[in-house]
Design a protein around this ligand. Sequence first.
Ligand code: SAH
Ligand code: SF4
Length: 428
Amino acid sequence: MNAYDAKRISDTLVAHNFEQAFDATEAEILIFYTCNIRERAVQKLFSNIGLLRNENTKVIAVGGCVAQAEKSNIFQHKHINIAFGAQTYHRLPEHIEDVLAGKRRQILDIEFDQAQKFECLPERKNVSFSEFVTIQEGCDNFCTYCVVPYTRGREYSRPAKDIIEEVKSLLSRGTKEITLIGQNVNSYHGEAPYISIGKPKETWRLERLIREIAELDGLRRLRYTTSHPKDFTTELMRVHADVPVLVPFAHIPVQSGNDRILNAMNRGHTAQEYMDKIAKFQDICPRIQFSSDFIVGFPSETEEEFADTVRLAELVGYTISFSFKYSRRKNTPADKMAGQIPDETKERRLAILQQALLKDQICHNNALVGQTQEVLFEKVGRKPNQYIGKNVYLQSVIVESNVNLIGQFKNVKIETAGENSVMGKVVE
Ligand code: SAH
Ligand code: SF4
């Protein structure tokens, strides 16, 4: 989402006659767009400012969740002029003008203003073959470890009409793959485009939105991320089975495999309920594969409770996973809980879990050997003539080619598999 926001910030500034610099040394305005979901975000920000600030710098702006969380404390770094939230970047051009004109030296603008932000943003520029589109922002779930509800604000769903228009405009300019994004995309409930006379305003869920977007001309591949297990409906599983452009792949973060920890995290489901959804999903859409996020070392997590997480991971057999050491975040309930786990223990548990997850990942990679997979190529590889792309399951596929493949879909016959990628040949 930060990548999406950063693109829209740069489009907004260009629309206000600012010019993008080639590198930071020649830039007069430095904008840092930040994330503070885990660990040392403020220190990283301050050290990056130290690295990039130079004699040409006239304005330093800090946006996103660090600004939102630190509020005016951020100005303890004396070179920061503007702190703006994830919901106020449409006002950044005027704030920069004010600083440049000497009207103000420090500006704090961190309100939650989602609807107005999206209305004020200019049309997307520099469109690529694969693009993100935000459909939903913020979160009302208040998992006890997480800062998102405080920094990204309460849940907001963009009206379906605006999303469809943004997708259409991207497709008309060559985008082939769209990823619908949000902190909780499957809790989407945006205003429907049509109003039936005499009926109350209708809202669309993600299921309906996907079905409509899938019909648009030019779309080759559709993804969405990230989702919450409790909002995974049977209908959403059916959409995966019915809609060919939607990938047969779902990111369903479980965080822990233990009920006491899931409850302490305020996740709203048990391990068994999660497993039941996975089984039902496989039943409805046999091609489906899964990825997940995990947190190890949540306060008071015992060795046995951690072992439940490893067991659950082994049972599901994820294609790809993201696992993290629990990170204490200021002003979250878990930060005040008893039984904080020492870092060495978190390190050890993370290594054990990651080893188990890697085994599954290798297994999924091996299973591809001999298969032909459709791949969208994204970038060049390390060796000459190498190109790297992704299959529907987000696995990296590497091929050799004398022609540039970036931005193209090709069928690839997979020949060998490694830990993090597979290799093959383009076939007609
Ligand atoms: N809304 C999604 C996750 C968004 S945050 C969900 O509920 O599943 C992305 C991931 O960051 C989370 O899934 C979690 O694994 C991780 N994360 C969030 N807060 C964290 C913290 N305090 N410490 C460690 N990992 C955290
Ligand atoms: Fe954070 Fe996701 Fe929980 Fe929301 S649902 S509080 S974003 S982890």
